[in-house]
Design a protein around this ligand. Structure first.
Ligand code: UDP
Ligand code: MG
Length: 339
């Protein structure tokens, strides 16, 4: 039996945490009973710099039952970084992880099937939404369109898969070796390789609280994903640029011919229109190229993707981790049993 850790990023989720923790705990106990996962499996909430009582709730849960653990980030770093922080913190203690949202929009009954596939030898199992009935038409259409655009641009992402997935320890080691700062997990995970599979589930409604992804954040996230995974937009600019250059040569020949035959027109409109068109296009092109240069700038800085302030994982292990750090000093204490 292998050890499973559930990773749940939480940003201002005090409204959903009590119910989420109850349901997840029941699920874990059932899985333990069925001997699918070992008894030292855990549920880890990552507090992404919440402004409400989320962390206090996590602390209370941990006190009440050690099956709950908490990772506290030093500040809000966004869903992707919070997820990565959780995965990297627990990596060394488990055989597999499953990441899911705090609002239980991802059907937790898909977990059984994911674990099944893990035992069949998969290192990555993607949770894929079979329906998006609960999303608004707008969100559904834009999201589906986005997946298509991404694929067209050459990014290898799994259609209708968000961040509900199982990853083995080996896959997490692979993920760790991707050092990019511009993080878009669902684009990077398929690059890890290994045997993978999909599990389908119906996406539910958020049962309390509101989405932490307003349209503005969603657009920023989409743009981030696109530009960190594909260089096609830059190539497209080149294509458009050359096409326009070609058109201008044709125009030149055309006007020379017209001049030679003595049929010159005033041509004010076409001049003004083309100035604006070319000017706009140039600004757009510079903007897109600037975006990539900005990315390079951030990557060269190698800023940390997250900083963990605290890991609530039981005293024995805290001691063990501390020993890990200064193992020269107190070798004796390091033999503590882990919980
Ligand atoms: N989240 C986070 N940091 C943020 C924003 C969101 O950790 O800055 C978490 C949030 O708590 C939730 C998950 O990311 O567990 C998905 O967010 P949400 O359900 O609001 O997004 P939606 O389902 O509306 O796309
Ligand atoms: Mg949600």
């Amino acid at each position: 039996m292998d050890t499973l850790y559930l990773i749940i990023p939480c940003y201002n989720e005090e409204e959903v945490l009590p119910e989420t923790s109850r349901q997840l705990k029941a699920k874990m106990l059932l899985l333990m009973e069925k001997r699918k996962i070992s008894a030292d499996s855990r549920i880890v909430f990552v507090n992404d710099g919440s402004k409400d009582k989320t962390w206090e709730l996590i602390e209370a849960l941990h006190k009440e039952d050690p099956i709950f653990q908490g990772v506290k980030l030093s500040r809000n770093k966004g869903h992707q970084n919070a997820l990565l922080a959780g995965l990297m913190t627990v990596k060394k203690y488990c055989d597999m992880t499953i990441s899911l949202d705090a609002d239980l929009q991802d059907d937790i009954n898909a977990i059984d099937e994911m674990i099944e596939k893990y035992y069949e030898g998969c290192d990555i199992v993607y949770g894929v939404r079979s329906t998006r009935d609960t999303d608004t038409v707008f969100k559904r259409k834009t999201a589906e369109g986005y997946y298509k655009v991404m694929r067209f641009l050459g990014a290898d992402i799994v259609y209708n898969h968000a961040d509900y997935r199982l990853m083995s320890r080996r896959a997490l080691d692979g993920l760790e070796s991707f050092e990019e700062v511009n993080l878009f997990l669902r684009g990077i995970v398929p690059m890890i390789g290994y045997k993978s599979d999909k599990v389908y589930y119906a996406r539910k409604e958020r049962f309390a609280g509101e989405s932490k992804y307003p349209l503005k954040k969603m657009l920023a996230f989409a743009w981030e994903g696109l530009t960190s995974l594909s260089v096609k937009p830059i190539r497209m600019i080149m294509t458009i640029g050359s096409l326009i250059f070609l058109v201008s040569i044709i125009m030149l020949i055309y006007s020379v011919v017209r001049y030679a035959t003595g049929a010159t027109t005033v041509g004010w409109t076409s001049t003004v229109v083309s100035i604006w068109a070319i000017g706009g296009l140039q600004l757009l092109a510079i903007g897109i190229i600037g975006e990539y240069i900005g990315k390079v700038y951030l990557e060269t800085k190698r800023r940390p993707k997250f900083i963990v302030e605290k890991y609530l994982c039981g005293e024995a292990r805290e001691k063990h981790d501390k020993c890990d750090k200064d193992s020269f000093k107190n070798k004796q204490e390091c033999t503590t049993e882990m919980d």
